[in-house]
Design a protein around this ligand. Sequence first.
Ligand SMILES: Cc1cc2nc3c(=O)[nH]c(=O)nc-3n(C[C@H](O)[C@H](O)[C@H](O)COP(=O)(O)OP(=O)(O)OC[C@H]3O[C@@H](n4cnc5c(N)ncnc54)[C@H](O)[C@@H]3O)c2cc1C
Ligand SMILES: NC(=O)c1ccc[n+]([C@@H]2O[C@H](COP(=O)([O-])OP(=O)(O)OC[C@H]3O[C@@H](n4cnc5c(N)ncnc54)[C@H](OP(=O)(O)O)[C@@H]3O)[C@@H](O)[C@H]2O)c1
Length: 285
Amino acid sequence: MTEQTPVTDAQATAVPKVPTLPDAQTVTEVQHYTDRLFSFKCTRPASLRFRSGEFVMIGLMGDPHPETGKQKPLLRAYSIASPSWDEELEFYSIKVQDGPLTSKLQHIKPGDQIILRPKPVGTLVHDALIPGKRIWFFATGTGFAPFASLLREPQTYEDYDEVIITHTCREAGELTYGRNIIESLKTDELLNEVIGEGFWKKIKYYPTTTREESAKMGRITDLINSGEAYADLGVEPLCPQNDRAMICGNLAFNLELKDMLEAAGLEEGANSKPAQYVVEKAFLD
Ligand SMILES: Cc1cc2nc3c(=O)[nH]c(=O)nc-3n(C[C@H](O)[C@H](O)[C@H](O)COP(=O)(O)OP(=O)(O)OC[C@H]3O[C@@H](n4cnc5c(N)ncnc54)[C@H](O)[C@@H]3O)c2cc1C
Ligand SMILES: NC(=O)c1ccc[n+]([C@@H]2O[C@H](COP(=O)([O-])OP(=O)(O)OC[C@H]3O[C@@H](n4cnc5c(N)ncnc54)[C@H](OP(=O)(O)O)[C@@H]3O)[C@@H](O)[C@H]2O)c1
């Protein structure tokens, strides 16, 4: 037994008061992939229920106001990258050099606290799609995050015979997080048990880069328009009878793909009116 030294009033008041963040969660793991990308896990509030593919507001306390010294929470939208059944929460993040939040967030370590507002929302959910045979997840950059959640969601494999995930990034290193997630599915105990051994054979993964040499180069939009992506994947072109799709990337990418899907005869869905495809921005701009 260790000897307890009585704490005097003087000692007690000398201990600095630790500020408690509103909606605080504790960081449990951090992984860096490139100088612009990292992922982290944190504790999950017991009351938080969400659907795989949704996003929440997360952040840190901002700098103290120069006159009042008061600090306000600095929050940004983040897709939850972990599936709805997971005990912890995972996020996949950009590091913007002078970004108000990510210039700080990129330095978090296990044990640190972040703020998480437990109000999940979003359109990249199975509820917003009508039944189909094949689902396409189209991502650029950190737009992979909601699909990291949906690829680990049993319903994805219960609802569809085939799951095609495309991920376009500038550089090869930016594909690492997604590749690791897809590789980890092969040994995912829950999915192998719930869906059946070898469920991952339903997945067709199509990573491409645009500015650095890799096995497959080019924007997914161009590769689909030329027919090259269909030939590489060995699949039939998009059609409204069989295909459902979710899109998450930069604004121009989202708009271009949306036009392509509409031209193929697919209609945009929403939580309130499920249809054949849904879109969400990976970031504002
Ligand atoms: C619905 C939604 C979901 C989002 N989910 C994620 C997510 O899962 N992971 C994530 O990293 N970001 C996500 N974002 C973007 C995120 O909200 C912040 O913009 C980002 O964390 C940067 O914050 P910041 O304060 O450092 O810079 P901001 O002031 O917010 O952004 C500065 C600039 O950085 C660029 N930028 C911002 N975010 C990104 C990004 N993700 N990829 C490439 N360039 C970017 C833009 O040009 C932007 O104008 C999401 C945004 C929306 C609207
Ligand atoms: N990634 C980096 O190395 C890097 C480094 C420093 C700064 N930045 C800045 O960070 C911001 C975000 O960069 P990011 O690379 O994360 O995201 P991004 O610019 O959205 O690009 C991600 C991927 O999407 C592709 N893409 C863009 N528009 C498309 C469209 N309309 N259709 C199909 N594909 C499309 C890009 O191809 P293209 O390459 O053909 O555009 C790229 O492969 C940019 O403002 C950028 O200037 C990025």
